[in-house]
Write a protein that binds this ligand. Structure first.
Ligand SMILES: [Zn+2]
Length: 208
C-alpha cells in the first residue's frame, strides 16, 4: 500500500516535471527574440519620410485597414488580400480591407500598397507617411517595384515592417538576418519564406 502510494506520487511528480519541461521547451521555440519596434537594439522615434528614411514604426491602434491602389495588377491585389488574411488576420491585429481609402485627417487608411520605383536593389519598401507620436504611424505606404511579380513572401515582409517588425539585425537579442525564426522577415527575401512565423505572431500579440 505504502510503496504503491509512493510510486503513484513519484509518477505524478515525474509527470509534473515533464509538463514543466514541455512548457519551457515550447516557450523557447515560440519566442526567440523581440523584433517589433522599439527593441533594445533599435529604437528611433517614428519619422515621416521618403522611401529612403528607413525608420520602422508601429501602426497606430484599433483596426488595421489596408488598400491596394490601381497601380497594382489584379493578381497583386488578390495576393495582398490573401497574405493579410492568411498571415495577419489570425493575430490580434484587427485586419480589414478598405474600399474607400482615407488620405488625410487623424484616422487615415493604415496601409496603402502601390507600384512605384523602389530605390536601390530592393523589390519593395515600406515607409511612414504620417507619424503620430513616439513609435507610431497613422499611415504606411508599401512601394513595390513596377512590373515585378509581387510574391507572397515580399508582401508578407513589407506588411510586417508596416506593423513595426524588424530584420534580425534590429532584433533583441540580435539574430542572423536569415534565421528561420524570422519567417518572412528574413532577408534577403526568398520565394519560400512566405509565412509570418510564430515569433512574429507572438510579438504582434504582445503589442497589439
Ligand atoms: Zn525588410
Amino acid at each position: 500500500m505504502e510503496s504503491s502510494k509512493r510510486s503513484i506520487a513519484r509518477k505524478a511528480m515525474t509527470a509534473v516535471i515533464g509538463a514543466v519541461a514541455v512548457v519551457i521547451a515550447t516557450a523557447a521555440t515560440v519566442w526567440a527574440a523581440d523584433n517589433l519596434v522599439p527593441t533594445q537594439t533599435y529604437s528611433p522615434t517614428c519619422s515621416a519620410g521618403g522611401d529612403t528614411s528607413g525608420v520602422l514604426c508601429k501602426t497606430d491602434g484599433g483596426w488595421w485597414y489596408f488598400y491596394s491602389q490601381s497601380s497594382l495588377e489584379a493578381g497583386d491585389k488578390t495576393r495582398v488580400a490573401d497574405v493579410l488574411n492568411d498571415e495577419y488576420a489570425p493575430t490580434d491585429l484587427a485586419v480589414a480591407q478598405d474600399t474607400s481609402p482615407t488620405y488625410s485627417g487623424a484616422d487615415e487608411t493604415d496601409l496603402i500598397l502601390k507600384e512605384s520605383a523602389v530605390p536601390g536593389t530592393n523589390d519593395g519598401i515600406t515607409w511612414c507617411n504620417d507619424p503620430t507620436s513616439g513609435y507610431e504611424c497613422d499611415q504606411h505606404y508599401v512601394d513595390i517595384q513596377p512590373d515585378l511579380y509581387s510574391s507572397r513572401g515580399l508582401i508578407c515582409h513589407e506588411a510586417g515592417h508596416a506593423v513595426g517588425l524588424t530584420h534580425g539585425a534590429q532584433a533583441y537579442p540580435v539574430q542572423s538576418q536569415t534565421d528561420p525564426a524570422l519567417g518572412c522577415l528574413r532577408t534577403p527575401i526568398g520565394a519560400t519564406q512566405d509565412n509570418l512565423g510564430s515569433q512574429q505572431v507572438t510579438n504582434i500579440n504582445l503589442i497589439y
